[in-house]
Design a protein around this ligand. Sequence first.
Ligand SMILES: C[S@@+](CC[C@H](N)C(=O)[O-])C[C@H]1O[C@@H](n2cnc3c(N)ncnc32)[C@H](O)[C@@H]1O
Length: 204
Amino acid sequence: MDNFKQYAPATQRNREHILEVLLKVLPSSGNILEIASGTGEHSLFFAPAFRPRQWIPSDPNPTARNSIEAWRQDSSINNIQSPLNINAANSNWGIEEKEHNITTIVNINMIHISPWSACLGLMEGAKRILPSKGILYLYGPYKQGGKHTAPSNESFDQSLRSQNLEWGVKNLEDVIKVAEERGLLFQEKVEMPANNLSVIFEKQ
Ligand SMILES: C[S@@+](CC[C@H](N)C(=O)[O-])C[C@H]1O[C@@H](n2cnc3c(N)ncnc32)[C@H](O)[C@@H]1O
């Protein structure tokens, strides 16, 4: 299984800061669905802090899912489920039923590395799945008032757009607008290292 494990060094740098926020803002019961889990290193680090609640990772990329599963099987953590194949842009994620008891959706570093349709799909999914008072947690870089908040974010944005014209750092106000149109009320933003933000929404 080790051959399937992927490594994203940034996860080592941001995971403790993210966990600190998650521990403050997540509901005290219910399971956690992670959209765009990537390598799975975050899932492995966060899940034990929420035992016995289930951490449900997902990613549309099969290489990522293999990595998540490799990390999961190699650990002794018993509250991480096998990764699901979820593309946020799809109108059904296959996990809508109430018995999954999902009260939180976590999405880290996806919105800028995907088309706007993925952000819209994420908000639609959160609207379908979360109960009242459920939490949507986002992490990543954002423009504010249409402007980059740091030169490093601006050059990152340019490099993203050179890879795919539909990618790029999104404007926080646009993300809040499409969330609130779907009954996800903006609660707070928390400044994070390396000019990233945690952005927290609560379902009405
Ligand atoms: C930069 S990685 C971040 C992974 C992980 N959350 C982290 O912080 O290390 C972006 C991830 O978003 C996933 N992704 C891209 N488009 C997506 C979509 N439409 N729905 C769900 N995940 C998507 C990719 O497969 C990739 O794993």
